[in-house]
Design a binder for this molecule. Structure first.
Ligand SMILES: [Mg+2]
Length: 184
């Protein structure tokens, strides 16, 4: 079982760093207010600035918190049932920061795959994607891939029976285990 594991919003809570950054220069936004993927539109923030600011936040990778405690243990459990690749969409300048972050948080993985746009992920050869982006999930499902959606405020309105929503990474383990058993 080849598993593609996303970073931003699944392992790394980079939006927390971005909110601290934003809240120093613009009106305050809290994480629970972010109810859409492109929430920045509603706050008159342009897309280029938003993604550029995420890259700036990654430069201070030591300050980016993990999404949950025991993220390393959950990833280890996943690597016991399949091959885990980190598959992340981002500006190329931040790959080294992400790799440092993964090392610091003792995340187990096989390959590190970087793409420029999230929707490119669905073209890659994986059995299952663990991701938080509703746009990526839609494109993966359209290409017949399996998706485990890591629940975040910005994907709560995404509903598709083919995708399984999880609230903790370790909950992906029994889901993938079932998939393996069903395919036997
Ligand atoms: Mg993500």
């Amino acid at each position: 079982m080849k598993i593609a594991l996303d970073v931003d919003g699944v392992l790394a809570d980079v939006i927390e760093s971005w909110l601290s950054y934003n809240n120093k220069i613009r009106p305050t936004i809290s994480k629970s207010q972010i109810s859409e993927w492109d929430f920045w539109k509603n706050h008159d923030i342009n897309k280029f600035d938003f993604y550029n600011e995420l890259s700036i936040c990654w430069k201070s990778w030591e300050d980016i918190p993990p999404t949950e405690n025991n993220i390393a243990s959950a990833t280890k459990q996943l690597s016991n049932i399949g091959t885990i690749d980190i598959v992340t969409a981002r500006d190329e300048s931040t790959h080294s920061d992400v790799k440092n972050w993964l090392k610091l948080h003792k995340i187990n993985f096989n390959n590190y795959i970087g793409v420029l746009e999230g929707v490119e992920k669905s073209k890659l050869d994986y059995d299952i994607f663990i991701d938080d982006s509703p746009l990526n999930a839609k494109s993966m499902l359209e290409k017949g891939k399996s998706v485990i959606l890591y629940s975040q405020p910005w994907n709560l309105s995404f509903e598709d029976k083919r995708a399984t929503r999880i609230h903790e990474l370790k909950n992906a383990v029994p889901i993938i285990d079932n998939m393996i058993n069903e395919s036997k």
